[in-house]
Design a protein. Structure first.
Length: 127
């Protein structure tokens, strides 16, 4: 039986590996490192709304899609809507919202770790 952290790492790793190959990998890394702070400081729904407003910037759309996909794979979100994470966060009761926030933060922690490891260099060649 796998621990919660093992299961979360298992669903996040392929997404970050794919992101590391993209031309926007450095921006994805930066966003992954900042996203947890955004959720803690502004709240989940506000962060998701911000990401939705920035979907023209590739890294925001990709990270939002990754989070939704991962939460679905972990059976935390159920359904197939494109905006499922945003809608469920909006409609959730307080206890459900707190659980969704906690699980999203756990995933974002793995995104930050893997992005830091797999996306070795920022733009400009600096490690």
């Amino acid at each position: 039986m796998k621990s919660k952290s093992q299961r979360y790492a298992e669903v996040v790793l392929p997404n970050v590996q794919k992101a590391a190959e993209g031309e926007w990998a450095d921006k994805y890394k930066t966003l992954s490192k900042k996203a947890g702070s955004l959720v803690r400081n502004s709240g989940l729904i506000q962060t998701l709304a911000f990401f939705k407003s920035k979907t023209k910037e590739q890294q925001h759309a990709i990270l939002l899609g990754h989070l939704q996909d991962e939460l679905q794979k972990l059976s935390i979100l159920k359904g197939q809507d494109d905006d499922l994470l945003y809608k469920q966060a909006q409609e959730a009761s307080l206890p459900q919202y707190m659980v969704l926030t906690r699980e999203t933060l756990h995933l974002l922690n793995w995104h930050k770790r893997f992005a830091d490891t797999l996306i070795a260099k920022e733009k400009g060649g600096q490690p």
